[in-house]
Write a protein that binds this ligand. Sequence first.
Ligand code: FE2
Length: 669
Amino acid sequence: MAEYTLEVTTGSMLRAGTSDNLYVTLIGTERQSERTELISFGFDDNTERVGTYSVTTLFSLGCLLFLKLEKDPFHESTEKDWFCSKIVVKTPEEDEILFPCHRWLSRGESVLLRGGRATKASEDLHPLLTEQRKKELVQQKLTYKWDEYADGMPYILNINDPKHVPREISLSFSKAFQFRYIREASSAELKLKGLTDSSEPWESFEAMKGFSWFKKSPFTEYVSQHWKDDDFFGYQFLNGGNPNVIQRCTKLPPTFAVTEEIVRPFLANGSSLTAEMKKGNIFISDYKIVEGLPTRVIDGKPAALTAALCLLYLNPEKKLMPIAIQLGQQPSGENTVFLPSDLESDWLLAKIFVRHADTLYSQVIYHLHNTHLLAEVFTMATLRNLPMIHPLHKLLIPHHRHTLHINIMARALLYGPGRLLGNTSLGVNGVTELLRRGLSQTTYASLCLPQNIAARGLESIPNFYYRDDAMRLWSITNSFVKAMVAYYYPSDSEVLADSELQEWIREIFYYGFLGNGDSGIPSSFQTVEELVKFVTMVIFTSSVQHAALSSTQFDFLGWIPNGPTLLHQAPPTTKGQSSMEAILVTLPNKSTAGLAISALWLLSRKYDDFVPLGTYPEQRFAEPAALQMIKDFQEELSSLSVAITERNSELELPYYYLNPKDIENSVTI
Ligand code: FE2
C-alpha cells in the first residue's frame, strides 16, 4: 500500500470556507488514485482551516503530475463557494509537493492543479503535462477575451457588467462590502446636505471647508491653507498628484510669449532667463495635449479647458516657483502672459487653469490610461498566455490582483455621463479623445522611470521625493526580477524558445499598443536583459506608479480649488478684470464638487485586504532559491521603508506615498 498525506489550506479571507463535500484524485506518471473524499471537510467551514487527509493506493503513482480537486455538485446545504489556498502532498517517497490553488471553487466545479517547480513549456516532458498545458490556455482564452473599447485605445476584457466577473478575479467580500459602504455613506451625506443636484456656486472658500463631516485629512487641511502659495503650487509639480509633466526647459517653445524683461523681476538679482536656463534652473509644464479637445456643453456653453504653459524657476532657496503662465498655446493679443506681480485674483485664476489642465491630464492619462488600462492589458496577456505553472505567471499574477474587476467597475462608475470623469470639463467624448492621445504618446521609454527622468532632465532637481523613492523602488524591483528571471532563463536562447512568453509580449504589443512600433514597446523578446526590463516595468507600473497617482488623489485634489475637474467660465484674456467672487463662479458648483470629493475619498481609501508591495501571502513558488529571492526583495523594501520614514520625519510636508509598506502590490482601486 502507498499512502499520500494531503494538507489542505482554506483561504484566510472572509467567507472562504465551505461545508460542501470535496474530492481529490491524484494523477501520476504510472497510475491515478481513486476519487477520494476529504472526509469530514464538510463539517468544518472555517476560514484559514488546515485539514490533513490521506489518499491510499495499492502502488506508488510514480511522479505526481496533477491533483484534481472537485466540489460536490450535489449537496443539500445552501451553495457556498470555497477558496482553496493550497494543498501540500507528502508522497510515500517522502517528497513534499506544493500544489498552489489560490482560487474560488463553486459547486460542481473541478480544477486540475500542477505542483512542484515552475516550468516553461519546453521543460514539461510528459505528454499529459504538455496536453494539459495547452488545454488550460485554450480555456483561459475562452474565459478572458479581448474587446475593443474604442478606436485608438488599448483593448480590454470583454465583460461590461461587474456582476459577470469570473470568481477567480473578483474583489474579496470585505473589499466589496467596504467599497459599497463608503459609497453609500458618501452619497447619503451629499443628499442630506442638499449637494446632490445643486448647480449653485460656492458662497465662499470658507463654505467649502464645511463641505463634509468626515471626508477630511490633515493634508487637505494643509492644502486648504496653502493652495494659493506659489511655493506650494511649484512643489506639486514634483511631489503632488502628478509628477509626470514637468521638465527642464532649455529653450522656450516658440509659441510661449515670455520675454527676458517680463520675468526678470522674479529671478535672482541681476540674473536673466537665458543665464538661469544655462544653469538648469528653468522648468516648464506644458499642457499642449489637451489643445482642441471637445469639452462638455453646460447650459449652452462649452466648459473651459486651456492648453496652458507654465514656466517655473528653481530659486536660490531651492524652491520651485511659477514665474509665467500662458493660458493657451498660441501667443496673441488674447493670450496674455500672467505673472506673479499681477492682481492677486488674476494670478490665482491663471494658476487654477493650470491646476485644472494638470488634474485632467493626470487623472485621464497618467492614472487611468498608463496604470489602470495598461495593467489590464498586462493582466489579460498573463491570464491568456502563461499557464499557472509558468514561472512568470507565478511572479506576475500577484501584481494583477483585482485589476480586471476594478477596471470593469471603473468603466461602469467613472466614465459615463453623470459619473466622475463624465462630469469633468472633458465630458465623455473629451475623455475618450484624451485617452486616444494618451496611447499615441505613450512610449516604452516613458514607462521606464530611469529613462523617463533622464529624458525630462530631472536627475538633479532637489527635493524631488517622488523621483528619489521611485528610482530606489525601480532599482530594488529590477534586482529582484533580474534574479528571478535569470534563475528560470539561464540564457537568451531560453527566452527565444519560450513560445508562451513570446505570445504574451506579442499580445501586449498588439492589443495594448495597437502594434505601434514607434512606441518602442517590444513585440518579441530576444534576450534575458530585455525580458528583465519589461517585467520590471510591468511590476513598477502596476504597483509603484499607480500608488504615486492613486494615493495622492484625495490629499491634493480633495480641496477643490487646488484640483478642479470642471471650470464654468472661460479663461481670462485680459488682466485686471477678475475678482475672488469671479473665481468662485468659475470653480465647480456644489454638486460637481460633491461628486468629485466623494469619488476621490472612495478611491483613496486603504481597504482591509490591502497587500503591500513585495508581500506574497499566496505561496506559488516552492523552489528554495525563488523563496530566498522573495525574502531578499522584502528585506530591501523594508530597509527603504525605514529610510523613507526617517527622511519624512525631517520634512515639513512628508512624502509618504511611495513608502513600500503603503504601496499596493497591484492596481486594486
Ligand atoms: Fe487607481
